[in-house]
Design a protein. Structure first.
Length: 400
Protein backbone atom coordinates (compact mmCIF):
# COMPACT_ATOMS: atom_id res chain seq x y z
CA UNK A 1 0.00 0.00 0.00
CA UNK A 2 1.23 3.56 -0.66
CA UNK A 3 2.02 6.17 1.99
CA UNK A 4 -1.18 7.37 3.70
CA UNK A 5 -2.26 10.36 5.80
CA UNK A 6 -4.31 9.35 8.84
CA UNK A 7 -6.03 11.71 11.27
CA UNK A 8 -7.16 10.66 14.73
CA UNK A 9 -6.95 11.03 18.50
CA UNK A 10 -3.70 9.82 20.02
CA UNK A 11 -4.04 7.49 23.07
CA UNK A 12 -2.02 4.90 25.01
CA UNK A 13 1.19 6.81 24.30
CA UNK A 14 4.33 5.04 25.59
CA UNK A 15 8.02 5.78 25.22
CA UNK A 16 10.26 2.87 26.37
CA UNK A 17 14.04 3.10 26.90
CA UNK A 18 14.68 2.17 23.28
CA UNK A 19 13.45 5.61 22.24
CA UNK A 20 10.70 4.27 19.98
CA UNK A 21 7.14 5.57 20.43
CA UNK A 22 4.08 3.37 20.56
CA UNK A 23 0.51 4.66 20.64
CA UNK A 24 -2.99 4.17 19.26
CA UNK A 25 -4.91 6.37 16.83
CA UNK A 26 -8.68 6.24 17.12
CA UNK A 27 -11.88 7.97 16.11
CA UNK A 28 -15.50 7.24 16.97
CA UNK A 29 -15.63 4.06 14.92
CA UNK A 30 -12.16 2.45 14.87
CA UNK A 31 -8.65 2.36 16.29
CA UNK A 32 -5.27 1.17 15.03
CA UNK A 33 -1.92 0.57 16.68
CA UNK A 34 1.01 2.74 15.62
CA UNK A 35 4.77 2.69 16.02
CA UNK A 36 7.14 5.62 15.40
CA UNK A 37 10.76 4.57 15.55
CA UNK A 38 13.50 6.66 17.09
CA UNK A 39 15.05 7.77 13.78
CA UNK A 40 11.72 9.40 12.85
CA UNK A 41 10.46 10.84 16.12
CA UNK A 42 13.82 12.56 16.73
CA UNK A 43 12.92 14.94 13.87
CA UNK A 44 9.71 16.24 15.53
CA UNK A 45 9.55 19.59 17.30
CA UNK A 46 7.00 18.38 19.87
CA UNK A 47 6.21 15.36 22.03
CA UNK A 48 2.64 14.10 21.52
CA UNK A 49 0.29 13.62 24.46
CA UNK A 50 -2.77 11.48 25.05
CA UNK A 51 -5.96 13.03 23.75
CA UNK A 52 -4.19 15.16 21.14
CA UNK A 53 -5.70 15.24 17.66
CA UNK A 54 -2.86 14.50 15.24
CA UNK A 55 -2.22 13.97 11.56
CA UNK A 56 0.19 11.14 10.68
CA UNK A 57 1.95 10.14 7.47
CA UNK A 58 2.14 6.36 7.68
CA UNK A 59 2.93 3.11 5.96
CA UNK A 60 0.99 -0.09 6.70
CA UNK A 61 3.19 -2.76 8.30
CA UNK A 62 2.92 -6.12 10.12
CA UNK A 63 4.19 -6.95 13.61
CA UNK A 64 4.99 -10.60 12.92
CA UNK A 65 5.35 -11.97 16.52
CA UNK A 66 1.67 -11.19 17.22
CA UNK A 67 0.44 -11.27 13.67
CA UNK A 68 -0.99 -7.77 14.06
CA UNK A 69 -1.12 -5.10 11.44
CA UNK A 70 0.11 -1.67 12.60
CA UNK A 71 0.88 1.74 11.15
CA UNK A 72 4.55 2.74 10.92
CA UNK A 73 4.50 6.51 11.40
CA UNK A 74 7.03 8.52 9.34
CA UNK A 75 5.81 12.00 10.25
CA UNK A 76 3.49 13.39 12.92
CA UNK A 77 2.02 16.84 13.47
CA UNK A 78 -0.82 18.54 15.23
CA UNK A 79 -4.01 18.18 13.22
CA UNK A 80 -4.63 21.93 13.07
CA UNK A 81 -1.11 22.59 11.87
CA UNK A 82 -1.38 19.70 9.49
CA UNK A 83 -4.44 21.21 7.82
CA UNK A 84 -2.62 24.48 7.39
CA UNK A 85 0.38 22.65 6.00
CA UNK A 86 -1.73 20.85 3.45
CA UNK A 87 -3.23 24.15 2.39
CA UNK A 88 0.26 25.66 2.22
CA UNK A 89 1.55 22.82 0.05
CA UNK A 90 -1.41 23.02 -2.31
CA UNK A 91 -0.98 26.77 -2.80
CA UNK A 92 2.77 26.36 -3.18
CA UNK A 93 2.29 23.77 -5.91
CA UNK A 94 -0.29 25.93 -7.68
CA UNK A 95 1.81 29.10 -7.75
CA UNK A 96 4.94 27.21 -8.68
CA UNK A 97 3.13 25.67 -11.65
CA UNK A 98 2.13 29.20 -12.74
CA UNK A 99 5.80 30.26 -12.68
CA UNK A 100 5.54 32.76 -9.81
CA UNK A 101 8.61 31.22 -8.17
CA UNK A 102 10.73 31.01 -11.34
CA UNK A 103 14.30 32.23 -10.88
CA UNK A 104 14.27 34.10 -14.20
CA UNK A 105 11.52 36.33 -12.79
CA UNK A 106 13.66 37.38 -9.82
CA UNK A 107 14.74 41.00 -10.03
CA UNK A 108 18.19 42.15 -8.87
CA UNK A 109 18.42 44.52 -5.93
CA UNK A 110 19.74 48.04 -6.56
CA UNK A 111 23.31 48.57 -5.42
CA UNK A 112 22.25 51.65 -3.46
CA UNK A 113 18.49 52.41 -3.39
CA UNK A 114 17.39 56.04 -3.26
CA UNK A 115 14.61 55.10 -0.83
CA UNK A 116 13.57 51.91 1.00
CA UNK A 117 10.01 50.88 1.74
CA UNK A 118 9.19 48.67 4.76
CA UNK A 119 5.88 46.84 5.13
CA UNK A 120 5.56 45.67 8.72
CA UNK A 121 3.90 46.37 12.05
CA UNK A 122 4.86 49.87 13.27
CA UNK A 123 5.03 48.68 16.88
CA UNK A 124 6.84 45.33 16.54
CA UNK A 125 10.44 44.46 17.21
CA UNK A 126 11.00 43.82 13.51
CA UNK A 127 10.70 47.49 12.51
CA UNK A 128 13.12 48.56 15.26
CA UNK A 129 15.66 45.96 14.15
CA UNK A 130 15.34 47.03 10.52
CA UNK A 131 15.73 50.75 11.27
CA UNK A 132 18.72 50.11 13.55
CA UNK A 133 20.49 48.04 10.89
CA UNK A 134 19.77 50.57 8.13
CA UNK A 135 20.99 53.47 10.31
CA UNK A 136 24.18 51.61 11.16
CA UNK A 137 25.01 50.42 7.65
CA UNK A 138 23.92 53.36 5.48
CA UNK A 139 22.09 56.16 7.33
CA UNK A 140 21.89 58.39 4.23
CA UNK A 141 19.14 56.28 2.60
CA UNK A 142 15.63 57.43 3.61
CA UNK A 143 13.04 54.88 4.75
CA UNK A 144 9.26 54.86 4.25
CA UNK A 145 7.18 52.71 6.65
CA UNK A 146 3.92 51.24 5.32
CA UNK A 147 2.20 50.17 8.56
CA UNK A 148 0.13 47.01 8.63
CA UNK A 149 -1.06 44.25 10.93
CA UNK A 150 1.06 41.12 10.52
CA UNK A 151 -1.27 38.52 12.08
CA UNK A 152 -4.93 38.08 12.79
CA UNK A 153 -8.00 38.73 10.66
CA UNK A 154 -6.93 42.27 9.71
CA UNK A 155 -3.52 41.19 8.52
CA UNK A 156 -4.37 40.14 4.95
CA UNK A 157 -6.42 43.23 3.94
CA UNK A 158 -3.91 45.58 5.56
CA UNK A 159 -0.99 43.83 3.88
CA UNK A 160 -2.76 44.16 0.52
CA UNK A 161 -3.43 47.85 1.15
CA UNK A 162 0.21 48.51 2.08
CA UNK A 163 1.54 46.66 -1.00
CA UNK A 164 -0.91 48.53 -3.23
CA UNK A 165 0.10 51.89 -1.76
CA UNK A 166 3.81 51.18 -2.23
CA UNK A 167 3.21 49.99 -5.80
CA UNK A 168 1.09 53.00 -6.82
CA UNK A 169 3.30 55.63 -5.20
CA UNK A 170 6.50 54.14 -6.66
CA UNK A 171 8.60 56.20 -4.28
CA UNK A 172 10.91 53.36 -3.24
CA UNK A 173 13.42 51.33 -5.25
CA UNK A 174 13.16 48.28 -3.02
CA UNK A 175 10.50 46.93 -0.65
CA UNK A 176 11.04 44.98 2.59
CA UNK A 177 8.18 42.81 3.88
CA UNK A 178 8.94 41.67 7.42
CA UNK A 179 7.70 40.47 10.78
CA UNK A 180 9.18 38.65 13.77
CA UNK A 181 8.97 34.96 14.52
CA UNK A 182 5.87 33.02 15.49
CA UNK A 183 3.94 29.85 14.92
CA UNK A 184 2.61 28.76 11.56
CA UNK A 185 -0.78 30.24 12.50
CA UNK A 186 0.91 33.56 13.39
CA UNK A 187 2.66 33.71 10.00
CA UNK A 188 -0.39 32.56 8.03
CA UNK A 189 -1.21 35.97 6.54
CA UNK A 190 1.99 35.71 4.51
CA UNK A 191 0.71 32.44 3.02
CA UNK A 192 -2.34 34.12 1.52
CA UNK A 193 -2.66 33.78 -2.26
CA UNK A 194 -3.76 37.39 -2.84
CA UNK A 195 -0.80 38.69 -0.82
CA UNK A 196 1.58 36.49 -2.83
CA UNK A 197 0.20 37.73 -6.15
CA UNK A 198 0.35 41.37 -5.02
CA UNK A 199 4.01 41.02 -4.06
CA UNK A 200 4.83 39.41 -7.38
CA UNK A 201 3.06 42.27 -9.22
CA UNK A 202 4.92 45.03 -7.29
CA UNK A 203 7.00 47.22 -9.65
CA UNK A 204 10.07 47.17 -7.40
CA UNK A 205 12.18 44.25 -6.07
CA UNK A 206 10.79 42.66 -2.90
CA UNK A 207 12.88 41.33 0.00
CA UNK A 208 11.15 39.23 2.68
CA UNK A 209 12.36 38.82 6.24
CA UNK A 210 9.55 36.85 7.87
CA UNK A 211 9.94 34.87 11.07
CA UNK A 212 13.06 32.95 11.93
CA UNK A 213 15.58 31.27 9.67
CA UNK A 214 13.66 27.97 9.61
CA UNK A 215 10.32 29.58 8.75
CA UNK A 216 9.20 29.65 5.12
CA UNK A 217 6.07 31.31 3.75
CA UNK A 218 4.54 31.64 0.31
CA UNK A 219 5.66 35.28 0.36
CA UNK A 220 9.26 34.09 0.67
CA UNK A 221 8.93 32.03 -2.50
CA UNK A 222 7.45 34.84 -4.62
CA UNK A 223 9.87 37.47 -3.29
CA UNK A 224 12.90 38.41 -5.35
CA UNK A 225 15.18 37.78 -2.35
CA UNK A 226 14.41 35.93 0.88
CA UNK A 227 16.29 36.88 4.07
CA UNK A 228 16.29 34.61 7.14
CA UNK A 229 15.21 37.42 9.51
CA UNK A 230 14.06 41.08 9.38
CA UNK A 231 17.59 42.16 10.34
CA UNK A 232 18.96 40.03 7.52
CA UNK A 233 16.62 41.79 5.07
CA UNK A 234 17.96 45.17 6.19
CA UNK A 235 21.52 43.89 5.72
CA UNK A 236 20.73 42.91 2.13
CA UNK A 237 19.14 46.10 0.82
CA UNK A 238 21.94 48.56 1.65
CA UNK A 239 25.72 48.24 1.41
CA UNK A 240 28.09 48.70 4.31
CA UNK A 241 28.90 52.42 4.37
CA UNK A 242 32.44 51.77 5.65
CA UNK A 243 33.12 49.59 2.61
CA UNK A 244 31.69 52.27 0.36
CA UNK A 245 33.77 54.95 2.06
CA UNK A 246 36.88 52.84 1.49
CA UNK A 247 35.92 52.26 -2.15
CA UNK A 248 35.11 55.95 -2.65
CA UNK A 249 38.48 56.84 -1.14
CA UNK A 250 40.18 54.60 -3.68
CA UNK A 251 38.09 56.07 -6.50
CA UNK A 252 38.95 59.60 -5.31
CA UNK A 253 42.65 58.73 -5.31
CA UNK A 254 42.41 57.24 -8.79
CA UNK A 255 40.47 60.31 -9.96
CA UNK A 256 43.12 62.64 -8.53
CA UNK A 257 45.85 60.67 -10.26
CA UNK A 258 43.91 60.71 -13.53
CA UNK A 259 43.33 64.47 -13.25
CA UNK A 260 47.02 65.04 -12.53
CA UNK A 261 47.99 62.94 -15.54
CA UNK A 262 45.52 64.84 -17.70
CA UNK A 263 46.80 68.20 -16.46
CA UNK A 264 50.39 67.16 -17.08
CA UNK A 265 49.48 66.06 -20.58
CA UNK A 266 47.61 69.31 -21.28
CA UNK A 267 50.51 71.32 -19.85
CA UNK A 268 52.97 69.52 -22.11
CA UNK A 269 50.64 70.07 -25.07
CA UNK A 270 50.36 73.80 -24.23
CA UNK A 271 54.15 74.05 -23.84
CA UNK A 272 54.65 72.44 -27.24
CA UNK A 273 52.10 74.77 -28.83
CA UNK A 274 53.79 77.78 -27.23
CA UNK A 275 57.16 76.64 -28.53
CA UNK A 276 55.76 76.09 -32.01
CA UNK A 277 54.13 79.53 -31.93
CA UNK A 278 57.38 81.11 -30.81
CA UNK A 279 59.25 79.38 -33.63
CA UNK A 280 56.65 80.53 -36.17
CA UNK A 281 56.68 84.16 -34.96
CA UNK A 282 57.95 86.71 -37.62
CA UNK A 283 60.35 88.20 -35.11
CA UNK A 284 61.83 84.78 -34.50
CA UNK A 285 62.24 84.29 -38.22
CA UNK A 286 63.99 87.69 -38.48
CA UNK A 287 66.29 86.68 -35.62
CA UNK A 288 67.06 83.41 -37.36
CA UNK A 289 67.68 85.28 -40.62
CA UNK A 290 70.00 87.73 -38.87
CA UNK A 291 71.85 84.89 -37.21
CA UNK A 292 72.23 83.15 -40.54
CA UNK A 293 73.49 86.39 -42.10
CA UNK A 294 76.06 86.73 -39.31
CA UNK A 295 77.14 83.17 -39.88
CA UNK A 296 77.57 83.80 -43.64
CA UNK A 297 79.53 86.96 -42.88
CA UNK A 298 81.85 85.03 -40.57
CA UNK A 299 82.29 82.29 -43.15
CA UNK A 300 83.16 84.95 -45.81
CA UNK A 301 85.68 86.61 -43.51
CA UNK A 302 87.27 83.26 -42.69
CA UNK A 303 87.43 82.39 -46.38
CA UNK A 304 89.11 85.74 -47.16
CA UNK A 305 91.62 85.26 -44.36
CA UNK A 306 92.43 81.77 -45.55
CA UNK A 307 92.88 82.98 -49.12
CA UNK A 308 95.14 85.84 -48.08
CA UNK A 309 97.13 83.49 -45.86
CA UNK A 310 97.54 81.09 -48.77
CA UNK A 311 98.71 83.92 -51.06
CA UNK A 312 101.16 85.16 -48.40
CA UNK A 313 102.55 81.67 -47.91
CA UNK A 314 103.00 81.29 -51.68
CA UNK A 315 104.73 84.67 -51.90
CA UNK A 316 107.06 83.72 -49.05
CA UNK A 317 107.97 80.49 -50.81
CA UNK A 318 108.68 82.32 -54.09
CA UNK A 319 110.73 84.93 -52.22
CA UNK A 320 112.72 82.20 -50.54
CA UNK A 321 113.37 80.49 -53.89
CA UNK A 322 114.46 83.81 -55.44
CA UNK A 323 116.72 84.59 -52.53
CA UNK A 324 118.22 81.12 -52.78
CA UNK A 325 119.05 81.64 -56.45
CA UNK A 326 121.35 84.80 -55.95
CA UNK A 327 125.25 84.41 -56.42
CA UNK A 328 125.93 85.68 -52.90
CA UNK A 329 123.70 83.11 -51.44
CA UNK A 330 125.36 80.40 -53.58
CA UNK A 331 128.81 81.55 -52.42
CA UNK A 332 127.64 81.45 -48.81
CA UNK A 333 126.46 77.87 -49.25
CA UNK A 334 129.86 76.87 -50.76
CA UNK A 335 131.66 78.48 -47.84
CA UNK A 336 129.50 76.56 -45.43
CA UNK A 337 130.25 73.29 -47.23
CA UNK A 338 133.99 74.09 -47.21
CA UNK A 339 133.92 74.78 -43.49
CA UNK A 340 132.14 71.49 -42.86
CA UNK A 341 134.71 69.58 -45.00
CA UNK A 342 137.68 71.29 -43.29
CA UNK A 343 136.21 70.46 -39.92
CA UNK A 344 135.80 66.84 -40.97
CA UNK A 345 139.39 66.69 -42.39
CA UNK A 346 140.83 68.24 -39.29
CA UNK A 347 138.97 65.66 -37.12
CA UNK A 348 140.78 62.78 -38.89
CA UNK A 349 144.22 64.57 -39.27
CA UNK A 350 147.15 63.05 -37.24
CA UNK A 351 147.97 66.57 -36.11
CA UNK A 352 144.61 66.77 -34.40
CA UNK A 353 145.51 63.58 -32.52
CA UNK A 354 148.83 65.13 -31.44
CA UNK A 355 146.95 68.14 -30.08
CA UNK A 356 145.19 65.77 -27.69
CA UNK A 357 148.56 64.70 -26.09
CA UNK A 358 149.57 61.84 -28.33
CA UNK A 359 152.96 61.45 -30.20
CA UNK A 360 154.25 59.75 -33.37
CA UNK A 361 157.35 57.61 -32.64
CA UNK A 362 159.78 56.67 -35.43
CA UNK A 363 163.03 54.69 -35.52
CA UNK A 364 165.73 57.22 -36.26
CA UNK A 365 167.74 54.95 -38.44
CA UNK A 366 165.08 54.39 -41.09
CA UNK A 367 162.11 56.58 -40.10
CA UNK A 368 159.89 53.52 -39.47
CA UNK A 369 156.77 54.41 -37.42
CA UNK A 370 156.69 52.20 -34.35
CA UNK A 371 153.43 50.49 -33.64
CA UNK A 372 154.71 47.81 -31.25
CA UNK A 373 157.51 47.59 -28.67
CA UNK A 374 158.86 44.61 -30.56
CA UNK A 375 159.71 46.87 -33.54
CA UNK A 376 162.68 48.42 -31.67
CA UNK A 377 165.70 47.15 -29.77
CA UNK A 378 167.23 48.53 -26.64
CA UNK A 379 170.02 51.05 -27.38
CA UNK A 380 168.37 52.24 -30.64
CA UNK A 381 167.55 55.88 -31.11
CA UNK A 382 163.96 56.98 -31.64
CA UNK A 383 162.40 60.30 -32.65
CA UNK A 384 159.01 61.36 -31.17
CA UNK A 385 156.99 64.01 -32.90
CA UNK A 386 154.75 66.05 -30.60
CA UNK A 387 152.12 68.65 -31.28
CA UNK A 388 154.77 71.25 -30.61
CA UNK A 389 158.31 70.10 -31.57
CA UNK A 390 160.29 66.83 -31.72
CA UNK A 391 162.05 64.62 -29.19
CA UNK A 392 165.16 62.45 -29.82
CA UNK A 393 165.68 59.62 -27.32
CA UNK A 394 167.50 56.32 -26.80
CA UNK A 395 165.59 53.13 -25.86
CA UNK A 396 166.83 51.83 -22.57
CA UNK A 397 164.40 48.98 -21.97
CA UNK A 398 161.55 47.25 -23.73
CA UNK A 399 158.42 46.11 -21.80
CA UNK A 400 155.71 44.05 -23.33
Amino acid sequence: MPTLWVEGELTNFSRPASGHWYFTLKDRDAQVRCAMFRQRNALLRFTPRDGQLVLARVRVGLYEPRGDYQLQVEHLEDSGVGALRREFELLQAKLKAEGLFASDRKRPLPALPNRIGVITSPTGAAVRDILNILARRFPAVPVVIYPTAVQGKAAVPELLAAITAASHREECEVLIVARGGGSMEDLWAFNDESVARALRAAPMPVVTGIGHEVDFTIADFVADVRAPTPSGAAELVVPDSSVWRGALGKFALRLQQAVRRTLRGEQEFLTNLTARLARAHPGQRLLQGAQKLDELEQRLANALRLRISARQLRWQRLDARLHGATPAHHLQRLRQRLAVAASTLNAVSPLAVLDRGYAIVQRESDGHVLRSAEDIQPGETIEARLSQGHLRARVLEIKT
